[in-house]
Design a protein around this ligand. Structure first.
Ligand SMILES: [Fe+2]
Length: 360
């Protein structure tokens, strides 16, 4: 384990989980061999927790089919510990539910020890919390939003008076998230324009289904009217196959595949992905959603995050004409508006430039 991975684990355990000496912490990992989280991550976190004087319990589970398919033994274990940390997609699946016990619950997105030791996990947790909080508050005061990307996406919509969507980075969650890396999702019900899809669309880690990935052999342009996909343009064979995939997922869960529920961009400039996205787009999505080079739409469902994610790369995100994110850089974090927070945590603007290594 590298010194940096230890620092990342300490940031998680001290600043996010709030682990104290003498407390008990349950680490929930995924069944050996699933290949989503690297097996060294639970080991690194366990070792760091033990060094801090905590009692570490570990449990691994098979992949759950959905939020209602969680082992009872896991719920029972959570009743008897001070803290639970999920390095397991069950944490994501359960984040909208009431969870048993009074201990803290935290879902982590560091898939391997390189990411655990990367800037994404080393920015002090309270720093990211404050920066993302500023983004959320400022965004909430605006009336209109617009998202564009170099591939041709250009959609816009109204900001709701009070955001009714809660997802990652929202304090109303039953599960804390580490590292903090996205703003509150923006509802898409008033969205109009066009979205250009490239490469692939993926599942959202809510329900398991197969195949979770649909590869696009050529780009598709989706026309969006009031938050619904009303037309698809592109190679007819690709369009037909895309429609068939979307319909397959919708029918599995009785959903409307044309519905686009909401979207968010990544806000953690240190986010990286070491592999190639195309080799495992689901795993890639599970980490890279935190990069400012990435924005995804929650589609196929009337709840966040839906069942299919549509991905946009290097977005520009404006609110009332002001660019909060430009070509995958969080302008707001580099601006005078957040200078006081940067100074307090001794973080330079250079550190807040987006890491370009996102597996593409
Ligand atoms: Fe999302």
């Amino acid at each position: 384990m590298t010194d940096k991975a230890v620092s990342g684990a300490q940031n998680l355990l001290i600043n996010c989980v709030g682990l104290d000496k003498g407390e008990t912490i349950l680490l929930v990992s995924e069944e050996y061999g699933l290949g989503y989280f690297d097996d060294t991550v639970p080991l690194a976190i366990a070792e760091t927790a033990r060094h801090m004087g905590a009692t570490v319990l570990t449990m691994s589970t098979p992949r759950a089919n959905g939020p209602d398919d969680v082992p009872e033994a896991l719920g029972a274990a959570m009743l008897h510990v001070d803290h639970t940390v999920f390095m397991n997609r069950i944490g994501d699946q359960m984040r909208f539910r009431e969870l048993p016990g009074h201990g803290t619950k935290t879902m982590i997105y560091t898939l391997d020890n390189v990411i655990l030791g990367s800037d994404a996990a080393l920015f002090p947790h309270p720093f990211m919390k404050e920066m993302v909080g500023r983004f959320n508050s400022e965004m909430a005061t605006r009336k209109r939003w617009r998202v564009t990307c170099p591939a041709g996406t250009d959609v816009s919509g109204d900001m709701p008076e009070v955001s009714t969507v809660s997802d990652k980075a929202d304090s109303s969650f039953s599960v804390n998230l580490f590292p903090i890396c996205v703003h509150r999702p923006v509802p898409a019900n008033s969205m109009n324009g066009q979205i250009v899809l490239n490469r692939f669309v993926t599942g959202t880690n809510t329900h398991a289904y197969s195949p979770e990935v649909f590869h696009l052999e050529s780009p598709i342009t989706v026309t969006v009217a009031d938050g619904h996909a009303v037309d698809l343009q592109g190679d007819p064979e690709v369009v037909d196959a895309f429609r068939a995939h979307s319909k397959m997922v919708a029918e599995l869960f009785d959903l409307d595949e044309t519905q686009i529920h909401s979207w968010h961009a990544g806000l953690n400039p240190g986010t990286i992905y070491n592999g190639k996205a195309v080799d495992d787009p689901v795993r890639w999505n599970g980490m890279i959603f935190g990069s400012p080079r990435h924005l995804h739409f929650h589609t196929c469902g009337d709840y966040p995050p839906g069942e299919i994610n549509w991905h946009v790369i290097d977005p520009t995100v404006s609110f009332d004409g002001e660019e909060f994110i430009r070509d995958g850089e969080v302008r707001m974090f580099l601006s005078d508006e957040t200078a006081d927070v940067r100074t307090r945590f001794n973080i330079t603007k250079t550190q807040l430039r987006t890491n370009q290594s996102i597996g593409l």
